[in-house]
Design a binder for this molecule. Structure first.
Ligand code: NAP
Length: 245
């Protein structure tokens, strides 16, 4: 389905990003995987290569403009083109508004939102020139609903939706599509701290009655990255078990 395509996935060292990189490889894409931790990236590259695909690991702090420029340079030097960008890297620094530190606001906004701006701007030129491309931003259901204790996180994820729609309008004439996915609660390191009671309470608020799996987000990425989604741009695809509708 994605044979011959080159995909960049940020935050690929674990969780949704890692799973998405593997699913993209399974669908035929070659990968550039990045995060701050090198060892898990190297393991992922070995796994992708064992599937018969090519992969490049680049250690990147997505908040650092020099790292981002270097990532795109290395991707283009290695593969000659970039077809798919998945802006997935993200963090939480939860706290109630009155106690939220400036540093926690800045870290979350920079990692979750500014990074997507930096990466999108960096790939837009080559995608526009090749007159094709797919940009997929991993937002969150809390960017749509809000969540107490997550003013910074939900603002960053709502910001990603605005970024998605504006850039979708800017790049549509070049046949570059830009979409967002809003996961609900997904089983990863980000949600592993929830104890049994909190987990059961959460599940009771989800119409499908359970947390989601990382592969359920990855499958949505594969759809948006594929030719089948060629007429879909500026959209927000909720993958949340019905939590928000
Ligand atoms: P995770 O398991 O905590 O993984 C986060 C990834 O982001 C890691 O690979 C991490 O790698 C990378 N990362 C963090 N800061 C980075 C930085 N400055 N530079 C480069 N990479 C960085 O999280 P996840 O649950 O898979 O979440 C992935 C995305 O989905 C996030 O954007 C998250 O907000 C979103 N999401 C998750 C859920 C959920 O329930 N899990 C729900 C809605 C949305 P390093 O630490 O190695 O850098």
């Amino acid at each position: 389905m994605l044979e011959g395509k080159i995909a960049i996935v940020t935050g690929a060292s674990r969780g949704i990003g890692r799973c998405t990189a593997l699913e993209l490889a399974k669908s035929g894409a070659d990968l550039v995987v990045c995060a701050r931790s090198e060892a898990p990236l190297n393991e992922l590259v070995a796994e992708i290569e064992a599937m018969g695909r090519k992969a490049l690991a680049v250690v990147v702090d997505v908040v650092n403009p020099t790292d981002v420029a270097n990532l795109i340079e290395q991707a283009l030097a290695t593969f000659g083109r970039i077809d798919i960008l998945v802006n997935n890297a993200g963090i939480t620094r939860d706290g109630l508004l009155l106690r939220m530190k400036d540093a926690d606001w800045d870290a979350v906004l920079d990692t979750n939102l500014k990074s997507a701006f930096l990466l999108t701007r960096a790939v837009a030129k080559s995608m526009s020139k090749q007159r094709s491309g797919r940009i997929i931003n991993i937002s969150s259901v809390v960017g749509e609903m809000g969540n107490p204790g997550q003013a910074n996180y939900s603002a960053s994820k709502a910001g990603l939706i605005g970024l998605t729609k504006s850039v979708a309008r800017e790049l549509a004439r070049r046949s570059v599509t830009v979409n967002a996915i809003t996961p609900g609660f997904i089983e990863t390191d980000m949600t592993e701290d929830l104890d049994g009671k909190a987990r059961a309470e959460l599940a009771s608020q989800i119409p499908l009655g359970r947390l989601g799996g990382a592969e359920e987000i990855a499958h949505a990425v594969i759809y948006l990255a594929s030719d089948r989604a060629g007429y879909v741009t500026g959209q927000v695809l909720g993958v949340n078990g019905g939590m928000y509708m």
